[in-house]
Ligand binder design. Structure first.
Ligand SMILES: Cc1cc2nc3c(=O)[nH]c(=O)nc-3n(C[C@H](O)[C@H](O)[C@H](O)COP(=O)(O)OP(=O)(O)OC[C@H]3O[C@@H](n4cnc5c(N)ncnc54)[C@H](O)[C@@H]3O)c2cc1C
Length: 356
């Protein structure tokens, strides 16, 4: 029987796995994907997360690739307005690179992510947890951590409500693209008086930009899905730089506003962490960062429990610490999102309004 079975190999699950393995626990990490992704997604580490990663010995390789001095170049109606430094002392780096560094560290500790393994069922008693995978395999563990993202199977299997609100329609299309000829010295942010805009952020250690924009509409007001062609039309309309042709979309996605959190994050020997426990607006860049902090807190609770101090208050410590944080992050990021939406109507303002 393994000490801890971790479901999901995103930044939350991998941070937790490294923390526990470094502390000497036996861990297994299962992942439904068949291979790692290379999507930029969460692209910023704040100092408190860097501190956690420092303790795991993965901050140095990330600092070597990431950028700590990011300049936001703002344009309005196609004209350059100003260049401003990104506030705060974070590190710009793609989420896939963070996950890669954590996976490498974990492999060095003798643990490899088990790809193509999807959690499908959970049973537990006083002695441990039995996790059933989609292929019928059963894994026994003393504890299970559901780090399986916003649509968390773990949370659904436990019947834990995910309370809050969500929008049906995407607020943004997102992707990773190349933009030959566009300067990589700036996070370009174009906004227009008609409303809307487009953002292209150069991702360190790659030749791609992360693109974010409100989706295109068809003649009846319906929203168009993300595609390279749609990205180019949005770029032509807002950036007005006819020489730039976007190319090689390696990731296409759509993002919906969801402000939800689990009503509890422990059920017996099973815990929830990261997006499985809370989802919220991306303004302020707090999603992955909050998941990394959840993982650090959960590793402390599990280390105490595995050391034989598994009294009720030890197991409850994680929820007592992190549930109020999740509630505050939901409220805080909702305010930040509103500030950004209001700020971008003013020439010279951009996503830094979410970091005030
Ligand atoms: C455009 C964009 C920008 C963002 N910017 C930022 C930012 O700047 N800063 C920030 O902190 N955050 C940011 N985020 C949010 C961040 O990406 C998420 O908060 C983060 O991915 C959450 O990590 P996680 O490990 O909890 O979940 P995920 O990364 O979702 O990982 C969950 C994993 O579980 C696996 N899984 C799911 N179900 C199962 C199952 N049944 N069995 C096995 N495996 C399963 C999934 O395949 C996945 O690999 C951004 C997100 C987007 C889309």
């Amino acid at each position: 029987m393994t000490d801890v079975l971790i479901v999901g190999s995103g930044p939350t699950g991998l941070t937790l796995a490294c923390e526990l393995a470094l502390g000497g626990a036996s861990v297994r990490v299962i992942e439904e994907r068949t291979a790692p992704h290379r999507e930029s997604r969460g692209k910023g580490l704040w100092p408190s997360s860097l501190e956690v990663l420092e303790g795991l010995g993965v901050a140095e390789p990330l600092r070597a690739v990431g950028s700590s001095e990011v300049v936001l170049r703002k344009y309005f109606d196609g004209a350059h307005v100003n260049d401003t430094p990104m506030p705060g002392s974070g590190l710009l780096i793609g989420q896939w690179q963070i996950q890669e560094a954590l996976r490498d560290r974990l492999a060095g500790l003798g643990v490899r992510v088990e790809y193509g393994s999807r959690l499908a069922g959970i049973a537990q008693d006083a002695a441990g947890v039995r996790a059933e995978l989609a292929d019928g395999t059963v894994i026994g563990a003393r504890y299970l951590a559901g780090c399986d993202g916003g649509r968390s199977t773990t949370r659904k299997l436990l019947g834990i409500p995910f309370e809050g609100s969500g929008e049906e329609e995407p607020a943004m299309v997102i992707g990773d693209v190349r933009a030959p000829g566009l300067s990589r010295d700036f996070w370009h942010q174009w906004f227009t008086s008609e409303g809307g805009g487009i953002l292209l952020c150069p991702m360190p250690g790659t030749d791609t930009f992360q693109l974010q924009a409100p989706p295109e509409q068809d003649e009846r007001g319906g929203l168009l899905p993300p595609s390279l062609e749609s990205f180019q039309r949005l770029f032509d309309r807002h950036a007005r730089m006819p020489g730039i042709r976007l190319a090689d979309a390696t990731w296409l996605s759509a993002w919906r506003v969801n402000v939800r959190m689990a009503t509890r994050i422990r059920e017996g020997r099973v815990f929830l962490a990261g997006d499985a426990a809370h989802v919220h607006p991306i303004a302020g860049g707090l999603g992955m960062n909050t998941g990394i902090q959840d993982a650090a807190a959960l590793s402390r609770t599990l280390a105490a429990a595995l050391a034989g101090r598994a009294g009720q208050e030890v197991l409850d410590a994680y929820e007592a610490e992190r549930l109020p944080v999740a509630a505050e992050v939901l409220a805080d990021t909702s305010r930040r999102y509103e500030r950004v939406m209001a700020a971008v109507r003013t020439p010279g303002r951009g996503t830094e309004a979410g970091l005030d």
